[in-house]
Ligand binder design. Structure first.
Ligand SMILES: O=C(O)CCC(=O)C(=O)O
Length: 263
């Protein structure tokens, strides 16, 4: 269910080729945003408890693998927002690689504010990973709208801090906006100077040949995933599993664990 106007895939691919990112305004409706905000506040509290227990101090403002809390997060995934665009980017089916969140507060620091890209190996024209960022609050210059360095997805080298500061685009927008970007793109969350949180959910998708950052099948359990909608379980990596016995390996195409078309 799309509430906003979306560009077709050819315009989208053109933007991805030249800028490395593409934005879609007013995609997610208000009622869904409200449920996601509430679920995210609780998910941050729960992730924060574990982060503290583990003595991790450098990941303030981030929550990881929030899909494990299901509810609005699973609903969001199962709506397959911008599916045609994402599939066109990969030129193949794709799977979920990670499902996290960035919540910035005044004076808080987060590693997401450092200049970075989300794929360690520069893959250039070969598209392995893509980011999806959904604004749960309006993004403004004051509350830390994301910096995106247009075109940097095509260059292996890290831009200088000066170039990044001078030339990066600021991704301002209203809550409900989705930005898709090539994970080779250099970017950073901005500093939040306001007294209100700036919340975003941040997903990555990949080709099926990439190992996801979380084992969704093991977490939800094979029995449960097997009964899920085929599209949803494919997204969780069900059709890109690794056999663990000769019996699982020697199978006709239809019952293989790693199905054709996943890479
Ligand atoms: O929260 C932001 O503005 C940027 C998010 C980010 O850096 C990421 O998802 O890798």
């Amino acid at each position: 269910m799309l509430t906003g106007k979306t560009r077709g895939t050819s315009e989208f691919l053109q933007e991805m080729r030249t800028q490395g990112w593409s934005r879609f305004d007013s995609i997610v409706p208000q009622d869904e945003l409200g449920r996601l905000r509430e679920a995210l506040d609780e998910a941050c509290r729960l992730c924060g408890e574990v982060q503290q227990r583990k003595g991790l101090t450098n990941i303030e403002g981030t929550a990881h693998h929030v899909l494990m809390f299901e509810g609005p997060f699973m609903d969001f995934l199962a709506r397959y927002y911008l599916d045609a665009q994402i599939e066109a980017f990969f030129q193949s089916k794709y799977i979920l690689n990670s499902f996290g969140a960035v919540v910035t507060h005044k004076e808080a620091t987060s590693y997401a504010m450092n200049l970075h890209r989300d794929v360690r190996t520069f893959t250039g024209e070969f598209k392995l990973i893509m980011n999806l960022l959904l604004m749960l609050d309006d993004f403004t210059l004051e509350n830390g709208a994301t910096y995106l360095l247009s075109g940097s997805h095509s260059h292996p080298e890290r831009p200088s801090p000066h170039t990044f500061e001078q030339e990066a685009y600021r991704l301002t927008g209203t809550a409900g906006t989705i930005c898709l970007f090539d994970s080779n793109l250099w970017h950073a969350a901005g500093q939040n100077l306001t007294n209100m949180p700036r919340r975003a959910i941040t997903l990555t998708f990949s080709k099926g040949l990439v190992k996801p950052q979380f084992d969704y099948i093991r977490f939800f359990g094979e029995d449960r995933v097997a009964k899920m909608d085929p599209r949803l379980r494919q997204m969780l990596g069900w059709d890109a599993r690794t056999p663990a016995s000769l019996d699982e390996w020697y199978q006709p195409t239809e019952t293989r664990l790693y199905k054709p078309g996943q890479d």
